[in-house]
Design a protein around this ligand. Structure first.
Ligand code: AMP
Ligand code: ZN
Length: 476
C-alpha cells in the first residue's frame, strides 16, 4: 500500500510517514478507562480522536485491528503506584462490590461511546481476565534480572535500562515528573525513584477486594503491566500505534515500554499517539475532582452528544481544548445549520465521478496530514458551495461520515420528515410549545416540560427527543 498517512509520533517528536510492520495492516492499542466512575467528557475527547484515527486509517484502506483494555484492578490514585486503590474507592463510595462497580461503569462507558458514535474496538479485555499473562511476564522479567522482590512486592528495576525516559530529553524529565503527585509518601522498598510495582502483595489496604495466587504471593497486579500483556496477547510482539491521553506519557507509557521491551528483547511499538487534554476554566478535567462533566449531563441539558463530537473534531488533537457552554452552543447552531443545508439537497441526477474523486482526495489529504479533522470538515462546506449536483454532494457527505460519524444524512432525513406535511397553523403552535418546553428543560423545570408534553399529547401530538432536537408527529 502507498504510505501517505502522516502522524505525529511522541517517541520521535516528529510528524512521520506511517509505515506499518505488515503492509496494509495496522495493529492499534488504546488504553481503556479506569471503571470506578463515569468517564468525563475529557476522557471521551481522547476516545473520540482515537476513534477518528481508527476510522481514517480504515477509510484510506488499512485493515485495522484495535484492542482496548478495561482497567478494573491495580490503578492507584497516583499513577506512580501510591495512594488509594481507585476501584476500592468507587466500591466504598457506592456500597457495592468492586466487580459490580466495574460492570456498571464499563456499561456506562460503552453507552457514552454509542451516544458519541465511537466504534467499539475489535477486542475489549478487562485486566482481571488476564492475571495468568501478567504473572508470566513478571516471572520472565524476574528471570532476566529486570525485576526484584522487596517488602513482599515485585518491582521493575529502571536502573537496568540504558534509557528509561524514552519520551524525553533530560530537560523534559523534570517537567514530566511534575505529572506525578508529590503529596504521596515514597515507597521505601524501591531501589530507584522511578521503579514501579509489577505485583503487589503488601498493600496498605487491609480489605483489598481482588487478590490472586501467584509465585510472588497472594496479591494483585500493578497498573502498567496490563497494557503490555493485553496488547501482546492480541497484537503480537510488534505493534504499530499505541494511543492515550497526554497524561499517559509519563509514567504509564514510559513504564509500558520499559517492561515490554525488557521482556521481548526488541523494540515493541512504532508510533505513539497522544491526545491533548480537554480543560475547563478551572483547569484539567479529572475524575478525582469529583465534579466533572459527563455525556449524560450534556444530554440532560438538552445537548446532542454529536454536537460535542463536532466540537472535538473542530480542533486539532495535539492542542489543548477549553470547554465552555458558550462554545458548545455555537457548535449546536453550526451543526443544525449544516444539517439544514444538507436537508435541502435533492437526491437526483447522476453521480459526477470526477467531482466525487476530487473532493474525496481533498478530504483524504487533510486526514493524512496528522489527522487534521477541522480542515477535513471544511471540505463539506466547500462541496456544499461547489457547482456540482446534489446527488454527488450527498454521496460525498455519506462517504466522509464514515470517518466523521456525525450522522449528517440521518439527521437531515429526520429534519425533513419532521417538517413534512404539517398544517402551517398547527406547525406554528407546536413549535411555540416545543420552544417553551426546551426553555423549561434548560431551567430544569421538568414539571413544566412534562405538562407541555401532556398538553400536546391530549391534542394527539406525539413528541420525540432526538439528536437534532425534538421532532413531532400526529399520533394514531
Ligand atoms: P482513565 O479512565 O483515567 O484511565 O483515563 C482514560 C483516558 O482519558 C486516558 O487515555 C487518559 O489519558 C485520558 N484523559 C484523562 N483526562 C483527560 C482530559 N482532561 N482530556 C483528555 N483526555 C483525558
Ligand atoms: Zn495503558
Amino acid at each position: 500500500m502507498e504510505n501517505n498517512f502522516h502522524i505525529y509520533n511522541t517517541l520521535t517528536r516528529n510528524v512521520e510517514t506511517l509505515i506499518p510492520n505488515e503492509d496494509g495492516k495496522i495493529g492499534m492499542y488504546t488504553c481503556g478507562p479506569t471503571v470506578y466512575h463515569f468517564a468525563h467528557i475529557g476522557n471521551l475527547r481522547s476516545y473520540i480522536m482515537e476513534d477518528v484515527l481508527e476510522k481514517a486509517l480504515r477509510y484510506i484502506g488499512y485493515d485495522v485491528k484495535r484492542v482496548m483494555n478495561i482497567t478494573d484492578v491495580g490503578h492507584l490514585s497516583s499513577d506512580a503506584d501510591t495512594g488509594e486503590d481507585k476501584m476500592l474507592k468507587g466500591a466504598k463510595r457506592e456500597h457495592k462490590t468492586v466487580m459490580e462497580v466495574a460492570q456498571f461503569y464499563t456499561d456506562a462507558f460503552f453507552s457514552d461511546c454509542r451516544d458519541l458514535n465511537i466504534k467499539r474496538p475489535d477486542v475489549v479485555e478487562p485486566a482481571t481476565n488476564c492475571i495468568p499473562e501478567f504473572i508470566h511476564m513478571i516471572q520472565v522479567l524476574l528471570e532476566k534480572g529486570y525485576a526484584y522482590q522487596a517488602g513482599g512486592n515485585v518491582y521493575f528495576d529502571t536502573s537496568k535500562l540504558e534509557d528509561y525516559f524514552v519520551f524525553s530529553s533530560a530537560v523534559e524529565k523534570e517537567q514530566l515528573q511534575v505529572g506525578v503527585r508529590d503529596d504521596v509518601e515514597e515507597d521505601a522498598n524501591k531501589k530507584n525513584k522511578n521503579d514501579f510495582v509489577l505485583w503487589f502483595t503488601k498493600s496498605k489496604f487491609e480489605d483489598q477486594a481482588l487478590k490472586w495466587e501467584s509465585p510472588f504471593g497472594v496479591g494483585y497486579p500493578g497498573w502498567h503491566i496490563e497494557c503490555s500483556c493485553i496488547s501482546m496477547k492480541h497484537l503480537g510482539e510488534y505493534m504499530d500505534i499505541h494511543c492515550g491521553g497526554v497524561d499517559n506519557i509519563f509514567p504509564h507509557h514510559t513504564n509500558e515500554i520499559a517492561q515490554s521491551e525488557a521482556y521481548l528483547g526488541h523494540k515493541w511499538c512504532s508510533y505513539w499517539f497522544h491526545v491533548h487534554h480537554l480543560n475547563d476554566k478551572s483547569g484539567k478535567m479529572s475524575k478525582s475532582k469529583g465534579d466533572f462533566l459527563t455525556v449524560s449531563l450534556l444530554k440532560e441539558k438538552g445537548y446532542d452528544p454529536l454536537v460535542y463530537r463536532l466540537f472535538c473534531l473542530q480542533s486539532h488533537y495535539r492542542k489543548p481544548l477549553e470547554f465552555s457552554y458558550e462554545v458548545l452552543d455555537n457548535m449546536a447552531t453550526a451543526y443544525e445549520k449544516l444539517v439544514k443545508r444538507i436537508a435541502e439537497l435533492k437526491d437526483d441526477g447522476e453521480l459526477d465521478e470526477a467531482a466525487f474523486a476530487e473532493h474525496k482526495a481533498q478530504f483524504e489529504r487533510h486526514l493524512c496530514n496528522d489527522l487534521n479533522t477541522s480542515m477535513a470538515i471544511t471540505v463539506i462546506y466547500d462541496l456544499l458551495k461547489a457547482d456540482i449536483n446534489d446527488k454527488t454532494k450527498l454521496a460525498l457527505i455519506a462517504d466522509f461520515d464514515r470517518v466523521l460519524s456525525l450522522d449528517l444524512l440521518a439527521a437531515a432525513e429526520r429534519m425533513n420528515a419532521s417538517a413534512a406535511g404539517a398544517d402551517p397553523e398547527l406547525k406554528a403552535y407546536v413549535e411555540r410549545k416545543l420552544a417553551e418546553r426546551a426553555a423549561a428543560k434548560k431551567e430544569k423545570d421538568f414539571a413544566k416540560a412534562d405538562a407541555i408534553r401532556a398538553e400536546l399529547s391530549e391534542k394527539g401530538i406525539v413528541i420525540k427527543d432526538t439528536r437534532e432536537g425534538t421532532v413531532w408527529e400526529m399520533g394514531e
